[in-house]
Design a protein around this ligand. Structure first.
Ligand SMILES: [Zn+2]
Length: 197
């Protein structure tokens, strides 16, 4: 490839990143080497810091640098609204839209009989505990509009019925679509048009 073992190694690692193949990885590495002071060194430092400190929030499953994430720590986010998402990327997508002021609960996937994922593999038991512990009055199910996402939403709705007001994202999320790929406006519209289950 580059005829240098260290550089080849870096290219191979970069090529494993989502959205990057070998060709993009080679271009990225070349760019990093040319921008050593501006990009490569700060990037390496930032990666080391995150490698040392990144962890999952024990409460909601978000990724941060402390045992309890900033959103769970913030009293301002204790609005009584809890938004349930499949993945941290979905939480970040919601935060980018900037319209939701409550807290989140990251399931860490969806129920899937095919892949052997049951309720205990997801953070569903913890979700039930949080409703009483944090005085949650509304649970917003912001799961992907896929078959597994909707199956999971119905399962959670069954589990929580009568305990709390249940809503789900409506208008805006395309069938088969994933939250992380939506633009901010679509996410905002979908959140505003949430409906009772
Ligand atoms: Zn948290």
């Amino acid at each position: 490839m580059s005829s240098n073992r260290d550089i080849d190694n870096l290219i191979e690692l970069m090529a494993k990143l989502p959205g990057l193949g070998p060709r993009s990885a080679r271009r990225a590495v070349l760019h990093l080497i040319r921008k050593r002071a501006l990009l490569l060194t700060p990037l390496a430092d930032a990666m080391l810091r995150v490698a040392e400190t990144a962890r999952e929030c024990l409460n909601c499953g978000n990724v941060g640098t402390s045992d309890i994430c900033d959103i769970c720590e913030s009293e301002e986010r204790a609005t009584g609204e809890l938004c349930v998402v499949e993945d941290v990327a979905d939480l970040w997508a919601m935060e980018r839209a900037g319209v939701f002021k409550g807290r989140y609960h990251v399931l860490g996937g969806t129920l899937s009989a095919l892949d052997g994922v049951g309720p205990d593999e997801l953070r569903i038991p913890r979700l039930k505990d949080r409703i009483t512990a944090e005085g949650i009055t509304e649970v917003i199910l912001a799961l992907n509009a896929t078959v597994d996402g909707q199956t999971t939403a119905h399962y959670i709705a069954d589990q929580l019925e009568a305990q709390v007001r249940l809503t789900s994202l409506a208008q805006g999320v395309p069938i088969g679509g994933e939250l992380d790929y939506l633009d901010d406006g679509t996410i905002t519209a979908a959140l505003r048009a949430r409906k009772e289950l």
